[in-house]
Design a protein around this ligand. Structure first.
Ligand code: 13P
Ligand code: SF4
Length: 319
């Protein structure tokens, strides 16, 4: 505990010295989320992280999350230094959608509007017409569908299928998935609901269709957090990364939160619904990154210019 206190103090001092602000995702360690809150940073979903980083006056952004979040920050504010505790913190969706294979997929469907999920590399975003996060994916695709556009979607097939069901849009899907959300199990969830009929079910749309079908609310991490506060229910079954429980408990202390059942990636994981890449972010690695002003997220200028176009469309749509 003493070491943690010392680390926290060191991070506070370094944030001030480096003119830096901490931008953290809900799936990161509770200690990091607490520090972000206490030091004037933010804890947010991926769209809000992008917005906060772009609007905040600090010259350095310390991004606790996964690589695409750091890249998005850099692309939107190339003049800022973007530090991450761990550049190897990636995402199975990003890994499963290499830019060259994605470009070939786009070349096969030149007549379609290319919409990609934020959980992709800057190079993939540079090839896209639009970027969306889970919080506005349905709204953006509905807008494009109403304009008569047919969609090429990548990389998350579960989110893509969900958007297609919601909007009725004509969508071709890339075959990618999130290793965390894909583990939620529909039959076991139905059983848990039978044992807790009073509970509402909150599901992130990266989950399989049979899990989404059982949801009372489907949404981004921020939208699910809001639902815990706003819905008049004593308990909730939550199908998303367990990192979100920190904020949910804080925002609605009287409510009972249950983890949706997972298949279990390994026999030893404490909570199987926890992203291994988000877990790479810690107090120690954050302190080291601020101390050394490294590792820094870099995106080559040509790629960044392409990605900025599709990201800015999302930011303008969401505004
Ligand atoms: P949100 O935009 O909902 O925060 O989702 C990001 C993510 O990586 C979910 O797995
Ligand atoms: Fe990617 Fe899934 Fe981790 Fe989110 S939870 S960063 S989608 S692997």
């Amino acid at each position: 505990a003493q070491e943690r206190d010392a680390l926290r103090e060191r991070i506070r001092r370094l944030l001030a010295e480096r003119d830096a602000v901490l931008v953290a995702h809900y799936y990161t360690d509770a200690e990091l989320q607490r520090l972000a809150d206490e030091t004037g940073g933010c804890v947010a979903d991926s769209l809000e992280m992008a917005r906060f980083g772009a609007e905040h006056p600090a010259s350095t952004l310390a991004v606790a999350g996964v690589r695409f979040m750091g890249e998005t920050a850099k692309v939107l504010t190339p003049g800022k230094r973007v530090l991450m505790p761990e550049l190897e913190a990636t995402c199975s969706l990003d890994l499963g959608c290499p830019a060259d294979e994605f470009a070939a997929f786009c070349d096969e469907h030149p007549d379609r509007t290319v919409v990609v999920y934020a959980n992709t590399s800057a190079a993939v975003k540079a090839r896209a017409d639009w970027v969306v996060t889970s919080s506005i994916a349905v709204d953006v695709v509905r807008h494009l569908h109403r304009r008569g556009e047919r969609i090429l979607w990548a990389p998350d097939k579960h989110l893509g299928e969900y958007i297609r069901r919601e909007t009725g849009a004509d969508m071709r899907l890339w075959d990618g998935s999130c290793i965390v959300h894909e583990e939620f199990r529909a039959a076991e969830l139905a059983e848990l609901r039978r044992r807790h009929p009073e509970a509402r079910v909150l599901v992130h749309p990266e989950s399989p269709a049979a899990v989404i079908e059982q949801a009372d609310v489907v949404g981004s991490t921020s939208q699910l957090l809001r639902a815990v506060v706003e819905l008049d229910a004593p308990s909730f079954i939550v199908a998303t990364d367990a990192g979100i429980f920190h904020k949910m408990h804080e925002a609605a202390p009287g409510k009972t939160l249950l983890e949706a059942p997972t298949g279990g990636r390994s026999a030893t994981c404490r909570s199987c619904a926890h992203c291994p890449w988000m877990a790479m972010n810690g107090l120690r690695s954050l302190a080291a990154a601020l101390e050394r002003s490294a590792p820094e997220v870099e995106v080559d200028p040509a790629t960044a210019a392409g990605a900025r176009r599709s990201l800015q469309r999302m930011m303008d749509f969401a505004a």
